[in-house]
Design a protein around this ligand. Structure first.
Ligand SMILES: Cc1ncc(COP(=O)(O)O)c(C=O)c1O
Length: 410
């Protein structure tokens, strides 16, 4: 059996952090909070699909910087372009030509979209999209799916502070339940500014759910008939389903699209794109941020988009995700588990049948992590271009041990 990793330096750092950073680490960045002592908290290096923590443990990583590292950590040509741009100048008084080039490139590439507004995080763009929809329609209410994540702003975050009223105009429905959705439009007739959806549903702590046949036709039709906007939050799936945008994969046409995470292979940049009809409204907003026009992420994004077109990145991620899926299902069977892998091959999530609180998942994923395969037990995983067949094979060899330990723990 492989030797188990120790996380002493991580734990020591976390103790120091707890004194000076509220919560020590925030967000969902630390599965170790759920399974103490099973996960590293701090990292120091990444290359390809490999990650090293502060205790020098090495991992094959299936979170990819929460999806952003689509080509893999430290992809040479992207890093070279970024370093060159850094030397030439990053944050200047105004934007660089790169910003125009990237807007042109994206409007060429992403089907049906005519303009781009760049920001830093996904939350900047989902929040802006909702604001634009409200101003454009003169309506206030926004519909989202229950359990969907659109960022950490007050209107959509998982926080529930009654003192903050941003959620009062946000309605929710059960994903794929068209009757519930129709009823919301009926109950709030004339008040719905927008519906915001991820291309398919990836709630934390649950299986991922694909849209039922006909789902998007109804969403599009309701938006048209009711005079509200359809916002596609493509931040997580971004370029793992289609290089033309995930709406092309699902054959639908949103009014506004948000992207982030993988558009610059980890450099901080996000984008809100839209159809011509909404450009004037978008242009009437005061939109900016001190760092939103820094040149490095634009340069990195142009290079990332170029590489993704040169190699068959989606075909590759689908193949790797397919091998991983089949391997995990068949290994699970050997140890008496019925395993389900939900979501697209490049964005998979594994669940055990009969494991509603994900306890088995926690045991399995933490055992994998302690043996060098970083898997999150509650959040979907990501495949990148850097995951090659030998990495998937190593992952499956380790999974055999982790399934055996999980079976023994029951
Ligand atoms: C679907 C979706 N929307 C929005 C966001 C928010 O993006 P960011 O964390 O960059 O603000 C995320 C982040 O995980 C996401 O997955």
């Amino acid at each position: 059996m492989s030797s188990e990793y120790k996380f002493d330096t991580s734990i020591e750092l976390f103790k120091r952090a707890a004194d000076v950073i509220p919560g020590g680490i925030y967000g969902s960045k630390a599965p170790g909070f759920v399974i103490p002592g099973s996960y590293p908290y701090y990292f120091k290096r990444g290359k390809g699909c490999r990650l090293w923590d502060v205790d020098d443990n090495e991992y094959i990583d299936f979170l990819c910087g929460y999806g952003s590292q689509i080509l893999g950590y430290g992809y040479d040509s992207v890093d070279e372009v970024a370093a060159r741009q850094m030397r030439a100048g990053d944050l200047l008084n105004g934007p660089q030509p790169l910003m125009v080039e990237l807007a042109e490139k994206l409007t060429d590439q992403v089907e049906g979209m005519d303009w781009s507004v760049f920001a830093k995080n996904g939350t900047d763009t989902t929040t802006l999209a909702v604001s634009i929809a409200r101003v454009h329609t003169g309506k206030k209410k926004v519909i989202m799916a229950k359990g969907a994540y659109h960022g950490a702003a007050n209107w959509c975050s998982t926080n529930d502070f009654p003192e903050l009223t941003d959620k009062q105009d946000v309605l929710s429905f059960t994903y794929n339940d068209l009757e519930e959705l129709r009823n919301l439009y009926k109950a709030y007739k004339g008040e719905i500014a927008a519906i915001i959806l991820t291309p398919y549903h990836h709630p934390a702590f649950e299986k991922q759910v694909m849209p039922n046949p006909g789902f998007y036709e109804v969403v599009r039709k309701l938006s048209d008939v009711e005079g509200s906007l359809f916002i596609l939050d493509d931040i997580r799936c971004n370029f793992r389903l289609s290089l033309k945008g995930s709406h092309v994969f699902f054959k639908t046409q949103p009014d506004l699209i948000t992207m982030g995470k993988s558009i610059a292979n980890g450099q901080p940049i996000s984008v809100l794109m839209g159809c011509k009809e909404f450009m004037k409204t978008a242009g009437s907003f005061f939109i900016t941020g001190t760092f939103w026009m820094s040149g490095v992420p634009f340069a990195a994004s142009l290079e990332t988009l170029k590489i993704m077109e040169e190699v068959d990145i989606i075909g590759h991620m689908n193949r790797m995700g397919g091998i991983l899926k089949e391997g995990l299902i068949s290994l699970g069977k050997e140890y008496g588990f019925s395993i389900e892998i939900t979501g697209a091959p490049a964005i998979p999530f594994m669940t055990f049948e009969g494991d509603p609180d994900l306890f088995r998942n926690q045991v399995f994923c933490s055992e994998m992590t302690k043996m060098g395969i970083y898997l999150h037990p509650h959040h979907n995983w990501f495949i990148s271009f850097a995951h090659k067949e030998n990495d998937i094979n190593k992952t499956l060899e380790t999974a055999r041990e982790a399934f055996a330990i999980t079976a023994a723990s029951l």
